[in-house]
Design a protein around this ligand. Structure first.
Ligand code: HEC
Length: 498
């Protein structure tokens, strides 16, 4: 009571000003959710852009007050207690401004979705929470200790919702997995560190095979065996390929086609890997040479190889590189497995079929419709957008994709084969597909594409085959395309579905 009377005229004015400010802030925040669809002039939208900058002030201030509450009973932090009211007022003002700016940013329409909705509500609760905490704190200081509990509760709620809101905001600006992005890599490096020690590694599977896997397997695997030469197992190396020369003859480099090919001069036609691919370096060449010379052992451990021998020396030289290569391969394998799992789950949700594209050694994926096909619209197709880079083939036969959907397909940068027969497209969206630098096969049979629209096809950079059976296209068009693009085959057949 004493205190109340002691307030001077000037102080009273300041208090009154703060009360008005407080009421105004509380009012604005409370009506924000009601004015969602209002059209804002550009100046307001500009203010919205400051949200990501100013949001740091309330965050620091709100956490600071909470910190002081926790620490003030320790002597060393006692003096800070007197700063609480000022910090709370600053937190309230900056929170209100931040929340309004955030709302304006939201109103600009650049951001939307559930994440932003949650972020908005979290921000609102934080803003109102800190205003109420400030009010209760003031009442407690001025009038009665009974406001202590409401003050603590509102301050705690405010801090919890602050953490939640910041996390939602972070995900919205940096992507959902911003925080967790590197966890698989970190985990895998832990896993590999507890893996085999170098002495325990096997000369073939841990040292030779990873080199072949990195430099040769893209062309010599189960799905694609160039020269009929498979290199995925030790036995296959022994048996060789089309030439019927042994790929590998233990103890004899002269009779090992594998070594002969990698040892040819760089400009030789038969040299492996072919021109344009990363060749083996000197260490790798030396390793494979002395490995074959010493009998191409399969199960020998690196620890068992005498360090004085020729093989022992090259093994030593290659050690660091091999450990690095093994780790890289393991990480890549794990990432691929993870991606595959995510895609297959998404496929199940969308009722479509997603699998590794066998033509791409499983590095890229293929989409196809289930049979009988479930409805699959542009909107559903868009759900795949975070993964667009990972597809090489899309078979959307009989789906509900239309010309607007082609805009999204135009973003599948690695797409090579696209099957659109029996869809509702008329070709007006084909223009979006000319960005696809790798698109080689396009099937438009049984659609309403007409000559004018199909003429866009001559602008496609890599298109080799177009199927136009049962469309509105004339012989003239076929001739026109053949004339402008001799490399492009226009085929009036149904063509493949997958
Ligand atoms: C870019 C694809 C590609 C890569 C990578 C590649 N090869 Fe080949 N390889 C071919 C082709 C194509 C042939 C068949 C034509 C020929 O015989 O030259 C072939 C043939 C071979 C043959 C002959 C098989 C036979 O019996 O006729 C051997 C041996 C071989 N490769 C070894 C290798 C080795 C070792 C590597 C890795 C260092 C490698 N290749 C990497 C494309 C590749």
């Amino acid at each position: 009571m004493e205190k109340t009377r002691l307030l001077t005229g000037r102080k009273k004015k300041i208090v009154r000003l703060f009360i008005i400010l407080f009421a105004l802030s509380l009012m604005i925040l409370s009506i924000l959710p009601l004015i969602k669809t209002w059209e804002f002039p550009a100046l307001f939208l500009l203010l919205g852009r400051f949200h990501p900058l100013i949001l740091h002030f309330p965050i620091v201030l709100i956490i600071a007050v909470f910190g002081i509450e926790l620490l003030k009973n320790f002597d060393r932090f006692k003096p800070m207690a007197s700063a609480r009211l000022v910090l709370l007022i600053m937190a309230s003002i900056s929170s209100t401004i931040t929340t309004i700016a955030g709302f304006l940013l939201f109103a600009s329409g650049d951001y939307s979705g559930e994440l932003i909705n949650n972020h908005f509500w979290g921000g609102l609760i934080t803003g109102i929470g800190i205003l109420l905490a400030t009010l209760f704190f003031y009442l407690r200081q001025r009038f009665s200790i009974q406001y202590q509990l409401p003050y603590f509760i509102t301050l705690a709620i405010c801090n919890i919702s602050l953490a939640y809101t910041s996390h939602m905001g972070g995900m919205a600006t940096h992507g959902q997995d911003f925080l967790t992005e590197y966890i698989p890599e970190v985990m895998s490096s832990f896993k590999l560190i507890e893996q085999k020690s170098p002495e325990e590694m096997l000369i073939y599977s841990d040292m030779v095979a990873p080199i072949l896997e990195a430099k040769c397997l893209s062309c010599h695997n189960e799905n694609k065996s160039k020269g009929d030469f498979l290199m995925t197992s030790y036995e296959q190396l022994l048996s060789g390929g089309k030439s019927e020369k042994a790929g590998l003859t233990p103890g004899d480099v002269e009779k090992s086609e594998l070594f002969q090919r990698i040892n040819l001069p760089a400009d030789h036609d038969d040299r492996m890997p072919p021109a344009g691919k990363t060749p083996l370096n000197d260490n790798e060449l030396a390793l494979i040479k002395s490995w074959i010379s010493s009998g191409a052992p399969e199960k020998t451990k690196l620890g068992e190889i005498e360090s004085e021998t020729e093989l022992g020396k090259v093994v030593q030289q290659n050690m660091d590189e091999v450990v690095r290569l093994n780790r890289q391969l393991a990480i890549r394998k794990m990432e691929k497995e993870e991606l595959k799992k995510e895609l297959q789950e998404l496929g199940k949700k969308l009722d479509i079929f997603i699998e590794e594209d066998p033509d791409e050694e499983g590095n890229l994926f293929a989409i196809s419709m289930n049979f009988p096909p479930a409805p699959f619209t542009n909107e559903q197709f868009q759900k795949l957008s975070p993964y667009f880079d990972n597809f090489s083939k899309a078979s959307l036969v009989s789906s509900d994709i239309d010309d607007n959907g082609l805009y999204y397909i135009g973003k599948m940068t690695n797409l090579k084969k696209l099957y659109l027969q029996k869809t509702g497209i008329n070709g007006s969206g084909l223009i979006h597909l000319k960005k696809l630098k790798s698109l080689q096969i396009l099937n438009l049979s049984h659609t309403n594409v007409d000559d004018a629209q199909a003429l866009t096809l001559i602008q496609f950079p890599s298109l080799k085959k177009v199927y136009l059976f049962d469309t509105n296209n004339s012989k003239n068009l076929v001739e026109a395309i053949n004339k402008h693009q001799p490399d492009m085959d226009v085929i009036l057949e149904e063509g493949p579905f997958y």
